[in-house]
Design a binder for this molecule. Structure first.
Ligand SMILES: [Zn+2]
Length: 336
């Protein structure tokens, strides 16, 4: 038995209220732009907000939000509304292709089938090569009537400036700890919610990420990663370990590697065990202490960050080769 709550897809999260009321106000006063760029960390609910706002714009009888019961709301709930188009890479870590943007062009030139707004949600707005981005730019420069583009990104600086300048930007905040904890406890099984604080800490205060962390598969992945890291620290061959390092969700693997480096640096400076965020890593931290320097750990942190960016934007298609190179650098900087 669980007590897991479900969010209404028609309402923003509690921490999105101010952004939400600004959007509604702009629409009601006829000042909605043709394109929005919603930025914010991974897991703050950008897509959730975009969908709820799209539902509101498409609804026939909205009242500060979609009604949820009219004919268009029912189409929306079934995922078959003809005036909502979502564009995203065909698989995670790939880029949005120019063909996808071209199909958008045809869509943008039509009039709304339900007689009102048409909405295009595109995510992530930073995962496009220059040709696709230029094709999108054409759409943003000459939008049709009653069409709204909603672009989402958690890497705002990677969105090309000409696209940024065509959009009204919103920055979604991370909720405060109290809001996060309330939301998280409502969205975990009663068993998992006993660990809500710990999960939230591991997710650096980000509630949707914390919810994901409660997944059994991620627990296993993390446990496995810790033992792989033990192997690397004992001197196992980085090239042989690399295939295991890229199993599972690599974005989480890289995130943990960065968190451990930050955690180790903090402990290394303060020498205070109470400051450690991941106490299970302490035996490894102690070993790194003999061989690593802060400078090396910081350089490595940047290397891992670069790989995260490349993989997230689809710019580095060979994860295994990239992981081999990263682990060789890790061994070189932390363990020699
Ligand atoms: Zn409705």
């Amino acid at each position: 038995m669980t007590n897991v709550a479900k969010d209404s897809p028609l309402k923003p999260f509690a921490w999105q209220e101010s952004c939400w009321s600004q959007l509604i106000q702009q629409h009601q006063s006829g000042r909605l732009p043709h394109a929005l760029l919603i930025a914010g960390e991974e897991g703050v609910g950008k897509h959730h907000l975009a969908k709820a706002f799209a539902a509101y714009l498409l609804c026939r009888t909205p009242n500060n939000g979609a009604c949820g019961t009219c004919a268009t709301c029912l189409l929306f709930a079934a995922g078959t509304h003809p005036d909502l188009l979502e564009i995203r890479p065909e698989s995670e870590g790939k880029q949005i292709r120019i063909e996808q943007i071209r199909s958008l062009q045809q869509y943008a030139n039509k009039t709304a089938q339900q007689g009102g707004f048409r909405v295009v949600i595109l995510k992530p707005a930073d995962a496009m090569n220059i040709n696709a981005a230029n094709a999108l730019l054409k759409n943003l420069e000459e939008p049709g009537e009653n069409i709204l583009f909603i672009l989402l990104t958690h890497r705002l600086s990677a969105v090309i400036p000409t696209i940024r300048s065509r959009c009204q930007q919103f920055s979604l905040p991370i909720p405060n700890d109290e809001q996060s904890l309330i939301w998280l406890k409502n969205h975990l099984s009663s068993q998992a919610s006993l660990h809500a604080e710990k999960l939230l800490k591991m997710a650096q205060g980000n509630p949707l990420m914390a919810q994901e962390l409660a997944l059994e598969s991620l627990h296993k992945q993390r446990d496995k990663l810790v033992s792989l890291m033990e192997g690397l620290t004992r001197g196992s061959d980085p090239v042989e370990l690399a295939p295991s390092f890229i199993e599972g969700e690599i974005r989480w693997t890289l995130r943990w590697m960065q968190q451990w480096l930050t955690d180790w640096c903090r402990w290394s400076i303060t020498e205070d065990e109470a400051s450690i965020s991941f106490p299970d890593m302490l035996p490894l931290y102690r070993q790194w202490q003999h061989t690593a320097t802060l400078n090396h750990a910081q350089a490595l942190f940047r290397d891992v960050g670069r790989l995260r960016t490349q993989l997230a934007s689809g710019a580095n298609p060979n994860a295994q080769l990239a992981m081999e190179a990263l682990l060789i650098r890790w061994a070189d900087k932390m363990l020699v």
